[in-house]
Design a protein around this ligand. Sequence first.
Ligand SMILES: Cc1ncc(COP(=O)(O)O)c(C=O)c1O
Length: 431
Amino acid sequence: MQVLSPLTTELNEQISEFVPSAYRLLSELGKRVYLPKGILSQSAEANEKASRFNATRAVAYEDNRIMHLDVCRQLVPELSPDSIFSYPPILGNPELRKLWQTHIRTENPLLADSPLSLPIVTCGMTHGFNLLADMFVDIGDKLILPDKTWGNYRHIFQTKAGTDIQTYPFFDSDKQFNIQAFNKTLSQNVTDKLLILLNFPHNPTGYAITRDEAQHILNAIVECAENGCHILVMVDDAYTGFWYDSEVMQESIFGMLVDCHSNVVPVKIDGATKEEYAWGLRVGFLTFGYAEEIMHGIEGKISGLIRANTSGTTQVSQTLILEAMQSKDYAKQKQRNYETLKARALKVKEVATDRRYADLWEVYPSHAGYFTCLSLKSRNAETVRQILLNEHGIGIIALSETELRVAYSCLDATNIEVVFREIAQVVRSQL
Ligand SMILES: Cc1ncc(COP(=O)(O)O)c(C=O)c1O
């Protein structure tokens, strides 16, 4: 058996003292992991004290400047070489972390005075989910997911981490969020430890919840916690901000979960990926519903996990997001993109729900995000997808035997009519 390092014991004691529910939820790996005091900490010490020569770091310097290739640097001439080429801190650029925390508070009025950790920078949101899986999931732990989800959750939490996924039908018979099924699934799984993953605006349907629905979800979680369950609630806010319907809640349910019950550990997973139109920069964030001052233990463990896999997120990506968010044109450019996507969403709603297509499909409610989903009245989604692709040059996703997902985020508003007309033509030809 591996002997625990004194550093691990110290982190475990801190988590257990300040965030006992998070301690109860730690996986075996989560209990073991820590950030070794190796080169990183000796370098950090030398950065402060080595006033003559600092020969600790595994980087190259010339005349006190980080060495680099000009052919690379010339591609981003306005950024300093350090902000492109140097290693970033393990948990991310401190300025970006602070700025993202402010961004979260601004976008979520419910969080105005709530405890909030400094966001931890991850290498895209997928990395954030993997860190949570490492930190909190043991084989056989139960994860509550709806039947319609982003496929990568299963990949990360079931295939890789070995959770026992308990699903509930996302929609009820009125095509509203199925609060009864959610409630029932929770009450059937009251164990010492539970994982829940929520995602609104929702991939794949584009569904967003109302404040009332959010309250029902919260009540169900609190009731489960009251019954003695320790719950990690992961809130995937990938599509936050892309709300096109004034009836739905325009902020994250995460704000309601913070401080809702001492057994509930809320964590928000979001990122520059969709919000800042920066999919390939791979900048995501993990933010816990705890004050910065009590995060030392959790941050220490996540530092250890990051050190063991990506060892940090790309410096230049973090710099680009930081500089962009501080730029004077930032808000204006975001608004412009939002308006473009909103116009597409409204056009899709009008076209997809046209009476001409009523015998072919039902359109799931979609108020936000990037997608709309069609539930075909015949069982041939994959055939339709293949014909559309091979004979019409149109790519969409077949989610199941009967469901198609259209990412209208990729379609100019002027092409939406044509795309749905051709989908209809193919579906009809298959009847
Ligand atoms: C719901 C949801 N969460 C997370 C992500 C992934 O984010 P990232 O590309 O930052 O890993 C996606 C990407 O499509 C998504 O749809």
